[in-house]
Design a protein around this ligand. Sequence first.
Ligand code: CA
Length: 390
Amino acid sequence: MPIPVPRLARRARTAAGAVCALALSLLVAVPASGSAAASGCQVDYTVNEWTGGYTAELRVTNAGPALSDWRVTWTYEGDQHVTSAWNASVTQTGHTVTAVSTAWNGALATGGTVGFGVQGTSGAGGPAPTGFALNGVSCGGDTTTPPTTPPPTTPPTTPPSAECGDAVVCDDFENQAGSVPAGDWTFTAPDCQGTGTAAVDTDIAHSGTRSLRLDGKAGYCNHAFVASTADLSSVGPVLYVRMWVRHTTALPAAHVAFVSMPDSSQGGKALRIGGQNGALQWNRESDDATLPAQSPTGVGLSRPLPTDTWQCLRFAVDTSAPGLDTWLDDEQVPGLHADGVPTRDIDDQWLSRTTPPRPTALRLGWESYGTGDDTLWFDDVAVGSSPVGC
Ligand code: CA
């Protein structure tokens, strides 16, 4: 299965002429003849495409009887394949996609509208979907001729290699001889140190027999990080980071961070990755801006960090223009995407500061600003000027 192209989507859209967004309305109110469940629906399907991938927002209006839960189905005529979704549980079998309501958004009144979204791969920029139905009743859209999706203007590229040989940082921690991080890594507690600890772990590793282990503790003064001694000041113009991370405790509602990069464009204050409201989040220490915005919609466009399993976290920070992208296990996270165009619920607050970040170092660990203990492991960490795959 092809994976999203690991580059800033902002750039891809620019290359494609910024014309890849299209919206289509598939029409309304087709009574189901002879059925007590007379129904109808309208579907607005708005797609944003880039080379090799897309996201689509769907808004479904129920013209039939009130529903306590809903199921929306459609057909992709092309090679589109859904890889993730928000505000719905989505599965795809062959060309048929089924989106089912979540525990909290199933109620859909007559005339009511519900929104959800999908992200997927698309090798050839497939044609618009057809055959929308709500709870098995056709929305009647098959009679509408959908607009043609513009083909991508650049050919799909192969995913980046997981090899990181010439990257500035390329470390599997196998050369750590003792239990205290040493050599290319050093313990640090940037603001204040408490009971959080760091060690080289020989029990749990993604590769080999060693990884970094951080026992993070709740409370403001328990900062504990292991910092790479590498100077990242000249990595760019896009700084790419790949790491494998594993943790034991779901991201809390309160704000936490587990990646911290001093940013010389903000006087050394940190550019951070962590969580809030249970989902991954970028945060800027200098003005406390978050990406995505912490609205329910914004949080829904991010992702939890699954527990007790190794996750491949990758990100790209553009140091020459406001641009930032994030992938979790090779899937681009829509809510963790900043570009030059403010998008409500995602990066409108983030883009209030237009100076591009300039990370100078990488710190892995834990800081909590309220509640939240967690134990984390990091392994196979890479930082360089070109993408490194999972
Ligand atoms: Ca290792």
